[in-house]
Ligand binder design. Structure first.
Ligand SMILES: CSCCC(=O)C(=O)COP(=O)(O)O
Ligand SMILES: [Zn+2]
Length: 223
């Protein structure tokens, strides 16, 4: 440990990874126009997190901040005084606070996730029957239902994080959730597992969206 509440080497590694994943997620068109935020846990008390409003395909280590699990920025020798953590920081810290096994969180805004989140009528989307569900940690069969809760979008992130926590306390943590018209949050024990969850989810949500489109009576989209 240093004079800071985290190990600088851990921060440097996390910053490198977050920048690298940012380039990948931007190239996949899942993080357009400065949208999205990403984080990696540094220890029991803090995480490295993207700064607000940055282009996610062009992140540098200067764009990665450290916050404690209340979402408050912690000092770093190179950080600019005006750098602000993500506006959605509390959606990351809610996850790190509830589960010490969570090591990384990714939030993205793919067209598939956003469109499906607007079309889906219920407050939970249950994935079942897809082999790719087994990409989620601990899932061993396509037959086991994987519930993806949906939340109304809310500019009050504190209130949204409280709603997420309440739903998880009642119905289980799951692997991911959708915010309507906004995007998806998913997590994992580390960034590589988290990315696997996100990649699986993108495909699974794509299957569901295609099913919805196929179930639409022929010709109705021309009227
Ligand atoms: C331009 S997208 C609007 C904000 C958002 O939803 C997002 O994911 C990025 O917010 P941040 O403060 O983390 O840059
Ligand atoms: Zn967002």
């Amino acid at each position: 440990m240093t004079q800071f509440a985290y190990d600088i080497n851990d921060f440097n590694l996390a910053a490198t990874e977050l920048c690298r994943y940012g380039r990948t997620l931007y190239q996949r068109d899942w993080s357009p126009a400065t949208s999205s935020n990403y984080s990696i846990r540094l220890n029991d008390h803090c995480c490295a997190l993207t700064s607000s409003g940055k282009h996610k395909g062009e992140l540098t280590a200067d764009d990665i901040l450290v916050v404690d699990l209340d979402g408050q920025p912690l000092p770093h020798p190179q950080h600019k005084v005006d750098a602000r953590p993500s506006a959605e920081t509390l959606l990351h810290t809610q996850l790190y606070r509830r589960d010490p096994a969570i090591g990384a969180v990714l939030h993205t805004h793919s067209a598939t996730a956003v469109v499906l989140s607007q079309l889906w009528p219920e407050d939970v989307l249950t994935l079942q029957g897809w082999e790719l569900q087994k990409a989620f940690a601990g899932e061993t069969s396509h037959e086991h239902p994987v519930a993806i809760p949906l939340f109304a979008n809310d500019q009050n992130i504190d209130r949204l994080a409280t709603a997420v926590e309440q739903r998880m306390a009642q119905q289980g943590q799951g692997h991911a959730y959708l915010i309507r018209g906004h995007g998806v949050y998913t997590w994992g024990k580390n960034i590589s597992e988290c990315f696997r969850h996100l990649e699986a989810l993108e495909h699974l949500l794509g299957y569901q969206l295609q099913l919805l489109q196929l179930q639409q009576p022929i010709g109705t989209n021309n009227k």
